[in-house]
Design a protein around this ligand. Structure first.
Ligand code: ACO
Length: 480
């Protein structure tokens, strides 16, 4: 964010008050400059997305040549509209953008999304600087240039030009890469991860990651915030926003390697910076650094649907000894601990196991384990004060039906609502084939995170543990 704008975190203010992003995400009047009748043009797609949104607002297409587009009266220029405009989407070639942005400032438009490319991302820094000077000291917020816009799924508003309807949920996604942002919509749908908002920040001329974290921190529809970043423009503001946010912030930072940093420079024209410093800073601020997008979704799914872990002691239940060991290794490698069972828990689980095995952690329920063994041992783990989170695993061994495994987990999730001491995260993992797909669907759609890999399961549990630690730190600070 530029210093001419109010920034509470930096205590720098030249404007009388901060410009909230409320009218940016919930505009009542929207104009599309560069709206077109031509269905292959981006200005057509952007207008159509607004039109098909189930959202109450007035939409104004702007095009000097047209009378009407998609059934709406068309204006020749912004100043022809008498009403105040909350949001303008600009989809005209880059050289015309400064002229349009000047009109927006003159008309006292609140917010602008510059879809157009052709600025700093291709080395055209001068043109981007011109935009910066136009908005300098003006009470206007600008997203982009070079952005897809946003999809506000929680309010049914699509202010982007791209296809894809995200499943509704509580993950807010911020992406510096437009294409990856679009891919994430489909990935989220596939993974049954619901989204509150998804936004492409483009070249971050004005609206930056820190502004969005601040907004999502207070957005009731958002529970978890996820970012894909290549570079941060204002490191201090970014870290302060994460620190001030009372919600989990997951960060995928690309450009870890020197070759990756080179690719970053040619993708968005930004400098990747020292990876070690990024890692340390994100951690210090209380954010969680994810290795890639899939890990971000894995953790988001866990954080959105499960309570945080109050500690790092994990109980593992499996019907396949090998999978139990892999899970144990993955937990320990990620700073989680798989402790031996307490006497009480040992006795409870021993009662339901066949005589050929003794309970341990990981608990091997043996290949033919059905509903009862899973249910009783999961309950025993939840009741154990020395266990902070439970992983329930199933290998399709060809004996018990997978429904028994999922049925037991779903029952324990239901019971968890009734018992205060059961408020621990439950994650599931599985090894099998097509015959497991329905069961995976049942769990995912009930908000129970299930992963096809012991490593991914352990990393998701790590996310829950780190979130538990973050909350505890916050509580301590509040008490101090
Ligand atoms: N006011 C209003 N409308 C105007 C004006 C004006 N001053 N001047 C021109 N127009 C109209 C044009 O007449 C045209 O309408 P028409 O189809 O009726 O003739 C319309 O605006 C668009 O102008 P064109 O010159 O046809 O430009 P085009 O639509 O081909 O391209 C665009 C514009 C899409 C902004 C292009 O320059 C561009 O930047 N494309 C890339 C966008 C992008 O990918 N952004 C990053 C997204 S992130 C990601 O990767 C997904």
């Amino acid at each position: 964010m530029d210093v001419h704008r109010y920034n509470a975190k930096k205590n720098e203010c030249e404007l009388p008050m901060s410009h909230s992003l409320t009218s940016f995400f919930k505009p009542k009047t929207i104009a599309v400059v560069g709206a077109s009748k031509n269905s292959i043009k981006i200005g057509h797609a952007a207008l159509k997305n607004l039109l098909i949104s189930d959202y109450d607002c007035t939409i104004y297409p702007i095009n000097p040549k047209e009378q009407q587009i998609l059934g709406l009266k068309c204006h020749k220029k912004l100043s022809d509209i008498k009403r105040h405009i909350d949001l303008v989407l600009i989809s005209v070639p880059a050289p015309i953008v400064p002229e349009i942005l000047r009109e927006c400032v003159q008309k006292k438009v609140d917010n602008v999304i510059i879809i157009s490319s052709g600025f700093s991302e291709i080395g055209n820094h001068e043109l981007e600087e011109e935009l910066r000077q136009i908005i300098d000291h003006a009470p206007i917020r600008v997203l982009g240039p070079n952005t897809m816009g946003y999809k506000n799924a929680s309010d049914n508003l699509d202010a982007s030009f791209v296809f894809g309807v995200p499943r509704k949920g509580n993950l807010a996604l911020i992406s510096q890469s437009g294409a990856l942002g679009i891919g994430m919509i489909y990935l989220a749908n596939n993974e049954y991860v619901g989204v509150s908002k998804i936004i492409g920040v483009g070249n971050k001329l004005d609206i930056d990651d820190d502004d969005l974290i601040d907004y999502f921190a207070t957005d009731p529809a958002t529970k978890v915030i996820g970012l894909y970043i290549e570079a941060v423009k204002d490191g201090r503001a970014f870290m302060n926003s994460i620190k001030a946010c009372h919600k989990p912030v997951l960060v995928v930072k690309a450009g870890r390697s020197s070759a990756g940093a080179r690719a970053t420079a040619s993708h968005t024209g930004s400098m990747a910076g020292s990876d070690t410093i990024y890692s340390a800073a994100i951690k210090q601020a209380g954010g969680i650094r994810c290795r890639d997008i899939v890990e971000l979704f894995d953790m988001a799914r866990a954080l959105a649907g499960q309570p945080p872990a109050q500690g790092n002691r994990i109980g593992i239940i499996t019907n396949g000894g090998g999978l139990g060991i892999l899970l144990t290794d993955a937990c320990e490698a990620n700073g989680l601990h798989v402790p031996p069972l307490s006497k009480t828990t040992y006795k409870k689980i021993d009662k339901v196991l066949p005589d050929i095995v003794n309970p341990n952690n990981p608990v091997d329920l043996v290949a033919d384990a059905g509903f009862y063994r899973y249910e009783a041992s999961t309950r025993a783990m939840l009741e154990d004060p020395n266990i902070d989170g439970v992983i329930v695993a199933s290998v399709h061994g060809g004996y018990a039906r997978p429904q028994e495994f999922t049925g037991a987990i779903l029952k324990m999730i239901r019971e968890r609502k009734l018992h205060e001491e059961y408020k621990k995260p439950i994650l599931a993992t599985w090894v099998g084939g097509k015959e497991f797909e329905d069961m995976v669907f049942d769990l995912k759609s009930a908000g129970v995170p299930i992963y096809p890999s012991s490593w991914r399961t352990a990393r998701a549990m790590l996310g829950l543990y780190l979130e538990g630690k973050r909350i505890q730190r916050e509580e301590k600070q509040e008490q101090a």
